[in-house]
Design a protein around this ligand. Structure first.
Ligand code: SAM
Ligand code: ASE
Length: 344
């Protein structure tokens, strides 16, 4: 025991101060460091002048970004130190890059980070903490999540960005060629729909989402309109669902309780024709509770932000069975999101 206490507690220190890393990334993004260093090598003085920030603070921020391997540094023969983006920063942190995580980082910084301030309260109460964090009533979950248009668009960017990175794996986890008409329920701005028509060129996808989301999708996303993708406004708990060979629920069930999930799944089962199917895209927990750590942490995030949880494949199977689906197949991708296919 004495020996153990003397060991250097590397992991604990790393966890204790993990948020310093997050906040460094958030600030560098928010201040516009990566836009500036995209194509230029600049000194801390030049960066601070361009961003209207203090020279001293900027020097420390740039130095920490070098430590995080988000920036490269180079010393000229005259001794001036200059900074430039790494390849990874150019691809993922510059706002205009097609694979940019900029808006997701912004949402993490402005919303998720603030919710996590109340994690202990969320665990004590067993529910999200929107009242405390933002002073909004959370009786209607998406009324709270979408408390302003700006907040909605940021959330939509967050939803959009991950499918550029792991959408294809989810969509090709099963051969979906037989399903020509697809309905993505709660499909948001259509990032997964795009992956769908790209992997299955003969398919067409209807994105079904709340009216404000559809309107903002058309206003802020879908710059390159695809005739195979259409939108439909509605409420999947209240309205009739569009007809389709295949329904998709991507990151929907993890927002909701078991009871609400079975309610929605039953509705889908009833709309689904025999021979049709339902694809779930969710991050699956291991059956023995051993991980993946990311999904365990996401489940805590679902507690602070939603009414749901992350689940194991067996838990999704149980919900699908309760709604009438008897043939259920699961496929883990090795990336964040996995696929579950239920046949009718
Ligand atoms: N499927 C998208 C994805 O994986 O990127 C978005 C997932 S997001 C967590 C949940 C989506 O469900 C949002 O786009 C939200 O607007 C939509 N949604 C929530 N309640 C809804 C309802 N009652 N009817 C239709 N869509 C709803
Ligand atoms: C939701 C998904 C997310 C609702 C709120 C959310 C995500 C963040 N906030 O359905 C994406 C997953 N990331 C995390 C940290 O959970």
């Amino acid at each position: 025991m004495a020996e153990e206490a003397e060991l250097y507690p590397k992991k604990i220190l790393e966890y204790m101060e993990g948020f310093l890393v997050s906040k460094t990334l958030f600030s560098a993004c928010e201040l516009g460091v990566f836009e500036l260093l995209q194509s230029a090598c600049l000194s801390a003085g030049q960066v601070s002048a361009a961003l209207s920030t203090s020279v001293d603070g900027t020097e420390r921020l740039l130095s920490a970004c070098v430590g995080l391997q988000l920036l490269n540094t180079h010393t000229h023969t005259d001794g001036t130190v200059v900074y430039s983006n790494t390849e990874m920063s150019n691809v993922f942190l510059v706002k205009s890059s097609p694979k940019s995580l900029y808006h997701s980082i912004e949402y993490s910084s402005r919303t998720i980070y603030l919710c996590w301030h109340y994690l202990s309260d969320a665990i004590r109460d067993g529910k999200n903490q929107y009242e405390k964090a933002f002073g909004v009533n959370s009786k209607d979950l998406f009324e709270a999540l979408y408390r302003s248009d700006d907040e909605m668009v940021k959330f939509m960017h967050l939803m959009n960005s991950v499918w550029n990175i792991c959408g294809r794996d989810v969509i090709t986890a099963f051969d979906l060629t037989p399903y020509k008409t697809i309905c993505d329920l709660g499909g948001c701005s259509g990032a997964l729909a795009k992956q769908c028509v790209s992997a299955y060129p003969e398919s067409s996808v209807t994105i079904f989402d709340l009216p404000r989301v559809v309107q903002n999708s058309q206003k802020h996303f879908m710059m390159d309109r695809d005739p195979r993708i259409a939108f439909c406004e509605g409420d999947f708990f209240k309205d009739e669902l569009p007809q389709a060979d295949l329904y998709i629920l991507a990151r929907i069930l993890h927002d909701w309780t078991d009871q609400r999930s079975v309610e929605l799944l039953t509705k889908i089962y009833q709309s689904c024709r025999p021979g049709g199917a339902l694809l779930l895209a969710e991050a699956l927990l291991h059956e023995d509770d051993s991980g993946p750590l990311t999904v365990q942490l996401y489940s805590l995030n679902m507690l602070v932000q939603t009414e749901g949880r992350e689940r194991k494949a067996s838990e999704y199977t149980r919900l699908l069975n309760a709604a009438g689906f008897t043939h259920v197949h699961t496929h883990t991708t090795g990336k964040i999101y996995d696929a579950v296919l239920a046949l009718k």
